[in-house]
Write a protein that binds this ligand. Sequence first.
Ligand code: SF4
Length: 480
Amino acid sequence: MTTFDRFPADRDGPRDECGVFGVYAPGHDVSRLAYFALYALQHRGQESAGIATCEGGHITTLRDAGLVSQVFDEEKLRALEGDMAIGHVRYSTTGGGSWENAQPVWRDDGREVALAHNGNLTNAVELWGELKERGIDFRGTSDSEIIAALLSSHEGKLIEDAVEQVMPRLEGAYSTVVMTKHAIVAFRDPHGIRPLSLGRLGERFVVASESCAFDIIGAELMREVHPGELVSLTERGLETRQVVRGSRHASCVFEHIYFSRPDSRMEGMVLQEARGRMGEILWREAPVEADLVISVPDSGNPAAAGFARASGLPRDDGLIKNRYVARTFIQPGQELRKHGLRLKFNPLPEIVAGKRLVVVDDSIVRGNTTRQIVGMLRDAGAREVHLRISAPPIRNPCHYGVDMSTREEMVAHGRTIAEIADELDADSLAYLSMEGVYEAIGGSPEDHCDACFSGRYPLGDPEEANGKFALEDIAVIPAS
Ligand code: SF4
């Protein structure tokens, strides 16, 4: 099986999960709309991209490994005509990074469907076994194909009925968009773990993981798809059903801190603003005597701006980021490897030399990148390096669709804050409190998931959840 490892200088933070999109818009160039929406969602997954369209009752799917701009060109988009389209960008959270697991998934077990999914089912192994017993075979090893198979083989006349009956069987996180010959149906798990928004494009409707996908195609954000809700986009317009009511909401708090784009709107707020507030509160909670605030670009920028605003300290760009470095699959090789992180970040001695620096970042997982950044800044002449992180320490893995490394790999695992500071060679280190995060987003722990920080898993015992490669342990993967 081929996997697509990104080279080691890449950020060692949590890996984004996936991005989904759907549009029902006869008369529009739907494949081009899907292409640009996926382009806006590229930060949610860089391993593979795909678009499926439906024209005259015929579904065509095109997907491949690589970035949206690598997978599609004019000719391929022209071959994807239709009245409706769905799209997907992927970083594998379940199943390896193989081509078979690229999405949209296409299946025809009675009803032809194409499906795009963001999340992670925690009962995938059980459902897989059940479908195998019914004689249903799988091409890949992703939990998304299980949802597709359940919907494709369901006997309900309408896809909406099939979704309504399948949803209660699914456990875990799923923001899903499915296309049949007649409709696009989007549905979100009853806890609303991963995001999903609904928008309007003229007289037609669109759905996407984040509202930044609407901005790029001229659509307007209407609202988020409610947890446990199904929305159906057809010739009749927009119809919705609240399939599951009254569950504990548990939307991912990390979407607010890091995953989603800062220009996306979530829970009534643009994320740039919420992240700026995190920086302001971080100063209130952990002030420090310093000369200059710098960020770890780009994800640390909004919190660094907030920290500088609240502290009155000047802010400058002490680290310059090569924006394209994460987009190569070429390994740096021995000669370049010793330059390590300079492939990604380059410090500016003219800005940092002789200064007591506050370095603001959004999160630390394993700490390798942070340690190297501290070292580079010291080499560039920084007098002191004070780390300020706009999230609490990450000490637990995610079971709901985000790759966080194992507990043992996390730098905060089994260490006090002082020990982590030592490990990272920082003069001081402070994290934003959990209360600070909720104050910044105007939310509460009762309706969010913060398990990777707190260890409180909103859907029960994580040890019973399936691991990333759970299906690969039991599935026989046919040669492609
Ligand atoms: S464990 Fe962390 S990353 Fe995973 S859903 Fe919960 S808050 Fe989000």
